[in-house]
Design a protein around this ligand. Structure first.
Ligand code: FAD
Length: 443
């Protein structure tokens, strides 16, 4: 990855910046490299999830949050006389066409995790008739800061945390004060209007501004970081956890900005076990992000537990019941129904629902990961696949997977069944088999 300052930064350059998972102006080092040209196209390519493990497309709420984030980014750009060009299509087609039409000579983007993303970058690197630069992604630390570099990133979290927790975090960059103008004909158009919010009383809206508001409220108005360690395992509520993940996943906020906000809070207001715990969660994200760089496509391999157990099974009925929230496990039903309706689920809920799919239903963990990918408004590839592997015991986990006792979890986290009832988790019992040995329906 070329991270050095670009010698083409002279005016006269006709440029394109391709936004991916960095939908912000503030603390966007890649975009900063494109502020001095003669002309700039700010591009976002809307792409649907390609089919993968029985899911296609993007859930309604994930799409809503994304469209809101794009609209918000366009507002920020408009204040600088710029505009966001949103094109539905594959960047391997869209970008070369724009380069040819507008006679562009420089294209840049920031690292976005994922296998398809890597393929797209590789294609553009090889084929584009313009200089193509990939800038660093949304991580707390720079690659050069990692002890031993990328190759030195351990396979397990604890040694990683011990190595990086005291590293300095770069101060976030301010938004550029000006950008070159776009071509006259470029307009901001979204393919559809965003769907409505699932819960207007608890609006999780896309865009940097709402992310910053949420962070301020969480830290300073609610002082919720002070008690994070005690509240973080709740299944519902507004401030039991930071709620930062949707803005991090879309890049509406940089992780450095959140890290610095937390460190400032610790310096000026309160530093305790809870605030440290929250910082450690950011390191979990950091760990998965660097592991993604190392593991690449292996992240998506079924894997094998240390016991030798191999995940490759698929039972369509069990899978459909899990997705629809219609299993024999009321709490899991409630969690899955919340996920589909809102695009959100607590961390504890994700652990419970994932453990159910892997351990109770015995399915290949990737069906569950793909379903989460479709619906989570905070879908973050390294965190999602990293956590699923961890629960399935095929990733960076020395303990060989996590099997949650669902009855105990229900009693501990939803003793009165309030959450389960709210999401309609109590379902009528269903027969184990609906067909007989010859595959005839059982009446
Ligand atoms: P907080 O508890 O306030 O934590 C602050 C931040 O730390 C989070 O925003 C997140 O960036 C990071 N973080 C916290 N826990 C984890 C973790 N276990 N792994 C990685 N980063 C973490 N997180 C995602 O951001 N995107 C995903 O797609 C995703 N998929 C998951 C799938 C499964 C099966 C599981 C068990 C966890 C997954 N997580 C994912 C991690 C975690 O559940 C969410 O980050 C968290 O619930 C987000 O809520 P929050 O912002 O309030 O987190």
């Amino acid at each position: 990855m070329n991270q050095s300052a670009d010698p083409h930064l002279a005016s006269g350059a006709r440029e394109l910046y391709w936004f991916q998972t960095d939908l912000r102006l503030e603390d966007n080092p890649g975009l900063q490299q494109h502020k001095n040209g003669e002309l700039l196209i700010c591009l976002y390519c809307l792409q649907d999830n390609p089919g993968w493990f029985n899911t296609v497309g993007m859930g309604e709420q994930r799409r809503r949050f994304l469209l809101e984030s794009l609209a918000s980014l366009n507002d920020e750009l408009a204040a600088l006389g710029q505009v966001l060009l949103v094109v539905t299509g594959d960047p391997r087609q869209v970008i070369p066409e724009l380069v040819a039409t507008h006679k562009l000579n420089r294209v840049g983007t920031s690292y976005a995790p994922g296998h398809y993303e890597a393929e797209q970058r590789g294609f553009l690197q090889r084929n584009l008739a313009a200089a193509f630069t990939v800038y660093p992604g949304n991580t707390l630390f720079r690659e050069e800061q990692l002890p031993g570099g990328l190759a030195g990133v351990p396979g397990q979290f604890t040694p990683f945390r011990e190595r990086v927790q005291d590293l300095p975090i770069d101060v976030p960059l301010p938004a550029p004060k000006s950008l070159p103008p776009p071509p006259a004909e470029v307009r901001f158009v979204l393919p559809e209007t965003a769907k409505s919010l699932p819960d207007p009383a608890f609006p999780v809206r896309g865009g940097s501004r709402s992310g910053r508001d949420r962070l301020r409220n969480f830290l300073y108005r609610q002082r919720a970081a002070d008690t994070y360690k005690e509240t973080r395992n709740a299944l519902q509520g507004q401030y039991y956890a930071s709620g930062m993940s949707p803005w991090l996943a879309t890049g509406c906020l940089s992780v450095r900005a959140i890290g610095h906000a937390l460190l400032d809070y610790e310096t000026t207001v309160m530093r305790n076990e809870s605030t440290r715990w929250l910082f450690q969660e950011l390191l979990w994200r950091e760990f998965f992000h660097w592991r993604e760089r190392i593991d690449g496509v292996k992240l998506f391999a079924a894997g094998r537990q240390s016991s030798g157990r191999h995940f490759c099974t698929f039972d369509p009925r069990a899978y459909a019941r899990w997705c629809q929230g219609d299993t024999d496990y009321p709490l899991v039903n409630a969690l899955m129904r919340e996920l589909v309706a809102t695009g959100g689920m607590s961390n504890r809920g994700r652990q419970i629902a994932a453990s159910c799919l892997v351990n109770e239903l015995g399915l290949d963990w990737r069906y569950g990961a793909a379903f989460f990918e479709k619906h989570l408004i905070d879908f973050d590839l390294p965190s999602n696949y990293g956590n699923w592997r961890y629960i399935a015991g095929v990733g960076c986990d020395p303990r060989g997977g996590r099997h949650f006792n669902l009855e105990k979890q229900s009693l501990q986290y939803d003793p009165e069944g309030v959450y389960t009832a709210k999401w309609g988790g109590f379902r009528p019992p269903q027969p184990v088999f609906v067909t007989d040995a010859a595959d005839w329906p059982i009446a």
